[in-house]
Ligand binder design. Structure first.
Ligand code: C2E
Ligand code: MG
Ligand code: MG
Length: 611
């Protein structure tokens, strides 16, 4: 029997040695005992054990759960947690590391034995699934018609992209479906965890200069070496992948089964690190670096060609930043590139945007389903750029957020939205709330409380009519401090809403500790809701659970009558979306507001009724 190598991570030496003895008696091979997370990460890199037993409460900078997370990003090693206590929160955190079980201390030998066997079996099963997917992909690629194969590398070429992409998606379809409906009603927590497919775009930096210095034979050799380097790294990765040869030194890599974007970045960095050495081709020595751009399905787009373009754009950005690095695509890259093409400086332009009155708020109504009336409005910022035209927030907010610019923009949005709403209230429409999106940097501003007090005072808006929308990304790091911050804000009597619920590692059980008033279900769940579909099940569960926690639920992005009918059925409280109205500039929004309309669903027909 092949020996099973086990690494023990435990900071109490007596316990660790006792455990090692038990394991040896069970005929396992203990490779080492380490007492800190950092030492464990180091050991794993040099030893590659078959399994890790990890104490959760280890001393040092990072605890067992953080250590496991870091290890699982780069290694496919099953980890079993050892813990003396198991509160729900700890177990919830542990479960997010993709762990293979936990054992409560003190435990009996046979419990230890059973847990190890189960973990190894589960791991074996998963590997078999991954391997068979990899084998299927390779078989599929080998069946491509000759015109879809690159003759030099024997890899599929650009013409095979769409087919391969669709093939991988169809083969992974069950994974996508299973993962995203992983809802555990009993523990009152919903875990929505969608697998990602990464599209990598690879290119050698300063490719032209290097290629021009080579003859044809050496060029071909270089390409073959690059293909080998990529293949070597991917062979270490436990998920399924497919490599496509594009033109010149460019390659596309499809990577299935990614749980977090960070994981993709690690893989890309491992590929890049292979190039940080000298290459010798026909006695010529080279120093190469490369850059990689990544786009994610379904996060950035759902179309293969579009994803490849986005990944290429991200790769160009990585090269502009000096090369030898990897960048993920974000929609702000579009703006960055048009700004660069127009020789503009986005930072400078954004800086002056407020003074030059280029920012504008659009308003989108939220409709209460019980009454059909507008009970709230979300303020959404736009930038009227003198040369680029209307720029959407997704494109410039992430850039503003990299500097203190977001603080002045955010303050302007808050002031403008509060003043405008107070003006509407004064003209008789005095019963709706204004929701303002808060960025992470704004939320962490030390004087936010002070600023809000000032803005509310200056505008004379009653605080209960102001709602701040925050995303869960902002809240999960440093959660204790964030709960305190939110409680502090609640003292002002404003409302707090959780935006884009479902797009992160959402867990209602966990978020219950935050003092939210409203939960907004992200539009990716609402869109194309069909009865009994995956999205329908998720949406219904989220609404039920949120109600149990006394939260009001708003569904975002409602575009069709059938989506609306389903939401009415699920007793969703409020809806927002193009079906009722797009976000509108002040004047147009006033027309809607002053027309005094109510929206009503009668026999599945959406009617507007004048009051
Ligand atoms: P969000 O807060 O989730 O806002 C909802 C987005 O969904 C808006 O996009 C809105 O136009 C869009 N939307 C609404 N109904 C529908 C629909 O039926 N179908 C579809 N396809 N889309 C719909 P927008 O205005 O482009 O804003 C994007 C994001 O930018 C916002 O997402 C928010 O996170 C951020 N943002 C907007 N304004 C501000 C701001 O003043 N400050 C900060 N920090 N972020 C902002
Ligand atoms: Mg919002
Ligand atoms: Mg949202």
């Amino acid at each position: 029997m092949k020996s099973i190598d086990i690494l023990i991570v435990e900071d109490e030496l007596l316990i660790a040695e006792n455990l090692a003895m038990k394991l040896e008696a069970l005929e396992y091979n203990v490779t080492d005992i380490v007492s800190s997370g950092k030492a464990a990460i180091k050991k794993v890199n040099s030893q590659n054990p078959s399994l890790i037993l990890m104490d959760i409460a280890i001393k040092g900078d990072i605890d067992g759960i953080q250590t496991a997370k870091a290890i699982r990003l780069t290694h496919d090693i099953p980890i079993i947690f050892l813990t003396a206590y198991a509160d729900d929160k700890t177990l919830e955190r542990a479960s997010k590391t993709g762990c293979y079980g936990y054992i409560l201390k003190p435990f009996k030998d046979r419990e230890l034995h059973a847990a190890i066997k189960m973990a190894l079996n589960k791991h074996q099963e998963q590997n078999t699934i991954q391997q068979s997917l990899q084998a299927k992909i390779e078989h599929y690629a080998s069946q491509c018609s000759p015109k879809n194969i690159d003759q030099l590398t024997q890899l599929p070429n650009r013409l095979a992209l769409q087919d391969l992409f669709e093939y991988i998606l169809s083969e992974c379809d069950d994974d996508f479906a299973n993962q995203s409906t992983e809802i555990n009603q009993q523990s009152n927590s919903s875990k929505i965890n969608q697998d990602l497919l990464g599209v990598f775009y690879f290119e050698i930096d300063r490719f032209k200069r290097i290629f021009n210095s080579l003859n044809n034979e050496n060029r071909d050799l270089l390409i073959t070496v690059i293909a080998e380097c990529i293949a070597n790294t991917l062979a270490e990765y436990y998920g399924a992948t497919a490599t496509i040869k594009l033109q010149n030194s460019e390659f596309a890599i499809l990577v299935a089964g990614i749980k977090q974007q960070k994981e993709a970045k690690k893989i890309a960095e491992q590929i890049l690190s292979q190039f940080r050495k000298s290459f010798i081709i026909n006695d010529l020595e080279f120093f190469l670096t490369a850059s990689i751009g990544i786009a994610f399905y379904p996060f950035n787009d759902t179309d293969a060609e579009q994803l490849l373009r986005q990944a290429q754009q991200a790769m160009h950005y990585a090269q502009e930043q000096g090369g030898d690095q990897c960048k993920a695509y974000s929609s702000s890259l579009q703006l960055i590139s048009s700004i660069a093409n127009n020789n503009l400086s986005i930072e400078t332009d954004l800086h002056y945007a407020i003074d030059r009155k280029e920012l504008e708020l659009y308003y989108q109504p939220k409709i209460e389903l019980k009454t059909g009336s507008i009970v709230g409005v979300e303020a959404l910022v736009r930038w009227n750029h003198p040369k680029l035209g209307l720029v959407m927030p997704d494109q410039f907010i992430p850039i503003a957020e990299q500097s203190s610019l977001i603080e002045s923009i955010g303050e302007w949005v808050l002031e403008t939205a509060c003043k405008q709403t107070q003006a509407w209230h004064k003209s008789g429409f005095n019963d709706f709330t204004i929701a303002v999106n808060l960025s992470g940097r704004q939320f962490k501003q030390l004087d936010l409380f002070h600023k809000l007090t000032q803005i509310l005072f200056d505008s004379a808006l009653k605080p209960q009519f102001l709602e701040l929308e925050l995303t869960e990304k902002i809240l999960v790091e440093n959660e204790k401090l964030n709960i305190q911050r939110l409680n502090f804000l609640k003292k002002l009597d404003i409302q707090i809403s959780l935006d884009d619920f479902g797009t992160g590692y959402s867990s209602l059980g966990y978020l219950q500790q935050f003092p939210f008033d409203v939960l907004k279900i992200d539009r990716c769940f609402v869109s194309k809701i069909e009865p009994n579909s995956k999205n329908a099940v998720i949406t219904k569960s989220i609404i039920e659970m949120a109600h149990q926690l006394d939260l009001k639920v708003v569904a975002e992005g409602v575009e069709t009558k059938s989506e609306l009918a389903f939401l009415v059925d699920c007793r969703c409280d409020q809806v927002q979306g193009y079906l009722f109205s797009r976000p509108l500039p002040v004047k147009e929004f006033e027309q809607l507001l002053f027309s005094n309309q109510r929206f009503e669903m009668i026999n599945s027909e959406l009617l507007t009724v004048d009051l």
